[in-house]
Every structure is written in structure tokens, then in C-alpha cells.
Design a binder for this molecule. Sequence first.
Ligand code: MIC
Ligand code: SF4
Length: 643
Amino acid sequence: MGYSIAEKIIKEHIVSGEMIKGTDIGLKIDQTLTQDATGTMAYLEFEAMGVPRVKTERSVAYIDHNTLQTGFENADDHRFIQTVCKKHGIYFSRPGNGICHQVHLERFSKPGKTLIGSDSHTPTGGGIGMLSIGAGGLDVAVAMGGGAYYITMPNIVKVELLGELKPWVSAKDIILKVLEIMSVKGGVGKIIEYAGEGVKTLSVPQRATITNMGAELGATTSIFPSDETTREFLKAQGREEDYVELKADDDAVYDEHIVINLSELEPLAACPHSPDNIKPIAELQGQKIDQVCIGSCTNSSYADLMTVAHILKGKTVHPDVSLSIAPGSKQVLTMLSENGALADMIAAGARILESACGPCIGMGQSPNSAGISLRTFNRNFLGRSGTKDGQIFLVSPETAAASALSGVFTDPTTLGVGYKVEMPEKFLINDNMIIEPADEKDMDSIKVLRGPNIKEFPASSPMEDKISATCSLKVEDNITTDHIMPAGAKILPLRSNIPAISQHCFTVCDTEFPNRAKTLGSSIIVGGANYGQGSSREHAALAPLYLGVKAVLVKSFARIHRANLINAGILPLEFLSESDYDKISLFDELELPNVKEEILNGDTVTIVNKTTGETITAKCELTQRQKDIAICGGLLNYTKINS
Ligand code: MIC
Ligand code: SF4
């Protein structure tokens, strides 16, 4: 039996377990990346592990999220990360150099290698044939220290692309189609592998748009073959030597097979408030809009922005629309400025933002009251834009630019003759914003600079024999990490201060939660299906930990968040029978009388609802390693004990 691309990379990197679907495997990690909003925690954790130098082939820290410096906090955090990097062997991408995933694709990604990143959109690297997975900061810290990264051996889904996109239809429309087919839960426990004749028609950045937003499927990752197009891209980035060919064996076996005919696709939008709420633009055509934002790690490549500039050239943004554009990297921005495309955007009235995440994470550009905002981003969760009533639609750069001019939803296929950007033979390469780490012999002389906002992460204690806790919150299905630990300009600067940020935990759903949980002392959160979808932020586990949450009991979990809970020492419990969800209410007194023994010896936990007198059973399916982590009270304690 042959292997798929993902299986080939896994086979080369497996250091524990066997490639049996559904079982735990440990992978050797070649590269890591962090961004600043998760990075401070990851580096505090790395320091706590006491490993002097990173043991990966390449580790890079990016500053791209917290770039709106309204106080000392973000700038202090940047300095902390910069000095940690210098000391411990990590490359540092300075603010202004661009969004982590875009820059990593351009400058460091390698087909056939493994990458984990403390950001859920790390699968962007799948566009170049790299096995790239989003993880919590602590997992990244462990990988930097040379430890393996553990995942459940996923099922492999083959998405076969046939034909070729019609003019003005975009890679974004392909992934929106996949989201329509599979939903935001459809990728959990799976790797999405692209194949078929249509692959050849897509450039590396287009492929990266698709693998990037595969995060919204809940997938472990997504991956494309590495072929002649990949070689050309690497050559144009001055890195042809990093090329290796990667393709699936003809007799590879897949768990699912989806076929998409590219020539039949039309421009699509993900409507509020979920990336899988898909409608054709033609159906929305003519509706008035208020704002357009172009950028983010999904759609801010050179080709994307050249297309936008072409559409805007010689025209003016509609008077009722605010258009902002954030090019994905310094490389993209410099090339646009040198070839005149930037001038075309500015002349049309675009508000040019720095190369960073910006509005995608609510760092500015929040829409007006109940404003309709078209964004080329990947997430439109409630409140993420910075306003609760903003109506966010996720669209392609083509749809975004056409609509910015007309002031209404506009199907770009109505623009007439198509436009195809030629990929440059040579990208403009200037790595002067990437700081190399100091030599190992000099590391002792480097002082790590810490600002007053940097607080220790919360301590967790080893598991007790029994847990007595009150239900401090009950929430519904599809709770995102943006509900659990909101981002945005006000809250993000507190990412290195768990006591302070925990005051915002779940406030999107219930403003009383932080104080209530603190007062209760020891509590349990109850939730629905796909709990914790979205971001990799481990703050969505660390803040509840700080507030005294001992377990989270839900219908089902999203992958990264479940791993983060285990790493933090919080028990992830799932209802054995979904109807048991109705048997617990807010403030019910719960007892897990035998929890430690049950975890050690099996995969269910008994929960007695002392308020109603009922007893229910919850699943807690942990591997032996996860059980050991849970008993120690989290991965950091476990790593200290075992190293
Ligand atoms: C996001 O897109 O939600 C983020 C912000 O990039 C997060 C990371 C974070 O919360 O810092 C992610 O995707 O993991
Ligand atoms: Fe940044 Fe948005 Fe990409 Fe997250 S999704 S890394 S916030 S650009």
C-alpha cells in the first residue's frame, strides 16, 4: 500500500507510536514559529524548562499581532521576545517585517519538513508541501527544547481539484467551497491533502491561501504536493536548494475523497458569524456595504495585492466605503511600492496599514455600528472585529476590491476581461529585518529584558483524588477561543499578564464570569459541540486555570484547544450521552468522587450532580502520556519531572 504526502512526512518524522489512525504519535519537529501574542508565554515556558539553546533546525519569532502600541505593554513584550531570541538561538522577525505565516512561507518554509507554530494558521506552510501544524505555546516551547510534538494519527482526506478557475474566481473561493462542503467541524482529526490536475494551475501563494484557511475546518493541517511550481517559487525566493519533490503514491489510500471542479466555482462569501456560512456573491449582489479590509495571512500575497491594485487603478473608492489594505510582508509592500501598484491603491483612496495582522485580530479598523464589512480574512466570529454588531463577510481580494469601488456586494466576474498576475522571476529579497541569534559562546552575556506587564504563568497543582466544583458557566455549541479569551486592541496587550487578562475571560458571553469563577474558587465549565474552535491561544486555557476552572465538560472539543487544556492541567471531559448536557445548570454543585483513579485506570469519569441528585458519566479519553500530564497538573510540571 502506498503513502499519501502527509503520511510520507509523518513516516520520516515519527519518533514514538505507530502510524495507526486514531492513535497517539510523536513527531520530530524541524522548525518552529511563534508570534508575539502567543510568543511571550511560549518563551516564558521555554525559559522555565531551562534549555539553554533551541534544538530545532530553525526557530523564528515574529512580531505581527500586537503592533498597535497604545501603552508600554506591547513594546516591552517585543523587547522581551527579541532578547530571549538573541540568547537562546531563535531568529527574530522585527515588527514591520510582516505577518508570520506570509514571511515564513517566503523565507523559511521547506517542503518535506515539519513545522509547528503557536498560531492556528501555521498550516499556511502546507502550500509549499511542509507538514505545518498549529499548536499551543507550551507545545512549541517543548519542541524548541528538542521534544516531540504529539498528535493523534489523523485520517487523510483527498480533495481532488479538476479543471481551472474562471477569471476573477480565486483560491479563496476554493477554500470557501471546501468549508461549505465540510463545515467548521468537518476537519477535526483529519489532514486535508490536495491532489488532481487542478493543483498545477495554482501558484504557491494560492495554495497557501487554501491550506491557511483549512484551520477553519478544524483540520490538523492541509497540504499540497511539492512540484515544479514549488521549485519556481523557491527559486524566485533565492532558495531553490530547499526544493524537494513530493507527491502521493499512486496507490495511496485515503479515508475520504472530495472532488471539486475549479471551472464550476463562482465567487463566494462566508456570511456572519461563521466561516462555513457560505453564499454565492451573486446572491448578495447589490447589498450596500460600509467597509472593506484587504490583508491577513490568508490573502496578502504579492499576486493578491497586484490584482487588487489592478482593479483599483484609476478609480476611486466609493464615498460610503472605508477601504484599508495591509500587505502581508515587507517583501510584498516593497515590491508594490517599487512597481507603482502601491501608488495606484493610494490614489484610489485605500488606507494603507503596516504589514501586520491589524484588523484581522481587532487591532483597529472596527466597523461602524452594525456595519457591513467585507474582509479577505479567515475568521468572522462574533465580536472579533472589535464591535459586537459588526457584520463580517469573508471574501476574495477580487470581490473585496470590486465591492470597495461600487459600494455594494459586487461579483467580480462582472468586471469583464480577466487579469492574471505574472509571478515574479525573482522576489525582492532583503532579510535585514530578521535578526540572527547570538553565537552560543556569547549567550551568557545577553540579558533578557522584562517589562512590568510580564507576569509568571499560573501554577497548576497535581490532580487530587476527587474534585468538588460548581458549574460556573454553561455555553452552547461552536464556542470559539474568541469567546473564551477575546482579543482586540484593549485585551491583547495583556497576553503576558494572565491575572489581568483573565478578567476578560468569556466576557463576550457573560460579563460576570471572571468574578463568579474567582469567588467560587473551584469550578467546571459546561459547553456544547466543537468547543474551543479557532485560535491556538493557550490563554483560553490559562485564564480559566487562573480563575479556578478544574474541568471543562462539553459535547465535543476542537483539537488545539483540547490539547491546551490538557497542557494547562484542566481536564477535558465529554458527555457520553449528548442529552446529559441538559442535566447540568449554572451553579449546580458537582462532584467527581473518584477522578484520579478513574483517569488512571480507564477513560470515563463519574460526575455526581449534588444539586439534582443525578449521576452522569463523561468520557475522558487520554493517551498514557496525556494521563501522566493530567496527573502532574500540566505539561510544564510533567516536563520538569521527566527531564
Ligand atoms: C487568530 O487568528 O485568532 C490568532 C490571533 O492569530 C490566533 C493566535 C492568538 O490568539 O494569538 C491563532 O490563530 O492561533
Ligand atoms: Fe494574524 Fe489574522 Fe493570520 Fe491570525 S488569522 S495570524 S490574526 S492575520
